[in-house]
Design a protein around this ligand. Structure first.
Ligand code: XMP
Length: 435
C-alpha cells in the first residue's frame, strides 16, 4: 500500500464511520481499529501518519473508562483526541469543536498540518495496489466468484479480471427472480466485453419448482438462500483446483461502529453454508471501501453506470415482491411492470434521485372490464421511497403525470393486470419491502 493512512481508534464513538469517511473525502486513507490495538498490530499498518482517539458515549464499559494502550501514546505518531479527555497530560490535543464546519477544519488541520499526510487516496492508486495484493495472495492459483450482477460482486469481478484474468471463474446463478434484462447484462458485460470465464447457470425451473405453493415469507427466503448455496456448491464441485473464493465484502460489513471496541468481525457469510470440504481462502479486495467508493472503483474499472449505480435490490429478488406463493404468470407480470416503472422513472429524471423504487404484485385479484367484458385480474402496487440508512424511509411524492403514465403503460402492456396502486406508507410502520 502506497497511501498515507490515518488510524481511527474506536474509544466508544458512534461516529467512527463518519470521521473515517470525512478524512477519505480529503483524499487521505483511513482505517478504524479497536481501542486496544497492540504495538505489533499498529506497527504492521503501513504509512500511519496520525491516530485519532475517537471517544464518545460508549467510552465507559462496565463502569471502566476504556483507553488506548501505552503503545499508542508512545508511538511517536501525532495524536488527536476527539470528544473526550485524554489520559496523558503530555499529549498535545486539538479541541473538538461543536460546530460541524469547525470540526471539519480541525480534522483538516490535523491531517495535513500535524500529520503531514499526503492526499494520495484515489481510485487509480487503490486499484493499482489491489491488483498487486491480489496477485501476491493468489499466485498462480484459481479463484471462484459468485457473480450476482449486484454492485459489489460486479466490482470485485472487474477487479479480479484485471488482476488475474482467466485464473478467475465467475458463476452467475439465474434463479428467475432477477429484474428484466439483468442476467443478460451480466453475460454481456463480463463474458462478451471483459472476456471473463463465466459459467451461466439457468436455475429458473429449479428455484420456481422449489418455491411452488410456498406462501410463508420466511420460508420463501430460506428456500431461495439454501437453494442458491446448493447450486453454487454444485458448480464449484465441477471445477478443479479452486483454492480461493472472491467476495464482495465491503467496509460497512466488517466495521461495527458505535460498539465499545469496533471489533473487526470476520468475513461476511454469504457462503457460510458451503460444506467443510469446500472451504476456500477468501479474496476480499473491497473490504476497506465504503459503498460510494465501491461505485467509484467500478466506474474507474469501466463498468457501465447502469450496473454501478443500481438501486438496492434484495438478495431474494423479486421473490419477496411476488407476494404469497409465487406463480410464473404473476412473476412475469411483476417483472414487466417493474421494467416499465424503471423506464418511466428514467424518463422523468428520477433515477439516482429516488433511493429505491419497485413494484409488488399481491396474490389476490379484483374485478375490472376489458373489451366490454368482465375481467378478474391482479393489481400491481408501486413503491418509491427515500432513506439514508434503510432503517426509516419516507415516500417519494412522485408527480401525478408520472404516476398516470406508469399506470397507463402497465394496464396496456402487462398481461393479467387491471389495477395500479401507489403505496403511501412510510417506514415505520411499514417496511420498505412487502415481505
Ligand atoms: P425493509 O423491507 O426491511 O428493507 O424495510 C430495507 C432494505 O433492505 C433491503 N432488503 C434486503 N436486502 N437481502 C438484501 O440484500 C434481503 O433479504 C433483503 N430484504 C430487504 C430492501 O430492499 C431495502 O432496501
Amino acid at each position: 500500500m502506497q497511501q498515507d493512512m490515518i488510524v481511527i481508534l474506536d474509544l466508544g464513538s458512534k461516529e467512527n464511520t463518519r470521521v473515517a469517511r470525512e478524512i477519505r473525502t480529503l483524499g487521505v486513507y483511513t482505517e478504524i481499529h479497536p481501542h486496544d490495538i497492540t504495538a505489533e498490530q499498529l506497527s504492521a499498518l503501513p504509512n500511519v501518519k496520525g491516530i485519532i482517539l475517537n471517544g464518545g458515549v460508549n467510552r465507559v464499559v462496565d463502569g471502566v473508562e476504556i483507553d488506548a494502550s501505552d503503545a499508542v501514546y508512545g508511538a511517536g505518531i501525532p495524536l488527536m483526541a476527539v470528544d473526550h479527555k485524554a489520559r496523558k497530560a503530555d499529549v498535545s490535543l486539538e479541541a473538538w469543536p461543536e460546530d460541524e464546519a469547525e470540526r471539519s477544519m480541525a480534522l483538516k488541520r490535523f491531517v495535513f498540518d500535524d500529520c503531514h499526510a499526503i492526499a494520495n487516496w484515489n481510485m487509480d492508486n487503490f486499484i493499482a495496489d489491489q491488483i498487486e495484493l491480489i496477485r501476491q495472495q493468489v499466485g498462480n492459483k484459481k479463484v471462484l466468484l459468485a457473480l450476482s450482477g449486484g454492485v459489489d460482486s460486479s466490482v470485485v469481478a472487474a477487479l479480479l479480471i484485471r488482476a488475474i484474468g482467466d485464473q478467475l471463474t465467475c458463476v452467475h446463478v439465474n434463479h428467475g427472480l432477477l429484474r428484466k434484462g439483468e442476467p443478460e447484462q451480466v453475460v454481456q458485460v463480463f463474458r462478451d466485453e471483459l472476456g471473463a470465464n463465466l459459467i451461466y447457470v439457468d436455475a429458473v425451473d429449479r428455484f420456481l419448482n422449489k418455491l411452488a405453493g410456498v406462501a410463508d415469507p420466511e420460508q420463501k427466503r430460506k428456500i431461495i438462500g439454501a437453494e442458491f448455496i446448493r447450486v453454487f456448491e454444485e458448480e464449484a464441485r465441477k471445477l478443479d483446483g479452486i483454492e480461493f473464493l472472491g467476495q464482495g465484502t465491503i467496509y460497512p460489513d466488517i466495521v461495527e461502529s458505535g460498539t465499545k471496541t469496533a471489533k473487526m468481525v470476520k468475513s461476511h457469510h454469504n457462503v457460510g453454508g458451503l460444506p467443510e470440504d469446500l472451504q476456500f481462502e477468501l479474496v476480499e479486495p473491497l473490504k476497506m471501501l465504503f459503498k460510494d467508493e465501491v461505485r467509484a472503483c467500478g466506474v474507474a474499472l469501466g463498468l457501465p453506470d447502469s450496473m454501478v449505480y443500481r438501486q438496492p435490490f434484495p438478495g431474494p429478488g423479486l421473490g419477496v415482491r411476488c407476494l404469497g406463493a409465487i406463480t410464473r404468470d404473476r412473476l412475469e407480470a411483476l417483472r414487466e411492470a417493474d421494467a416499465i416503472l424503471r423506464d418511466e422513472f428514467d424518463k422523468a429524471g428520477l433515477r439516482g434521485k429516488v433511493w429505491q423504487y419497485f413494484t409488488v404484485i399481491p396474490d389476490f385479484r379484483s374485478t375490472g372490464v376489458r373489451d366490454n367484458a368482465r375481467c378478474f385480474e391482479w393489481p400491481v402496487i408501486l413503491r418509491a421511497v427515500n432513506t439514508v440508512d434503510a432503517m426509516t424511509a419516507t415516500v417519494e411524492q412522485v408527480q401525478w403525470p408520472v404516476l398516470l403514465k406508469i399506470t397507463d403503460r402497465i394496464l396496456a402492456e402487462v398481461k393479467g393486470v387491471n389495477r395500479v396502486l401507489y403505496d403511501l406508507s412510510p417506514k415505520p410502520v411499514a417496511t420498505i419491502e412487502w415481505e
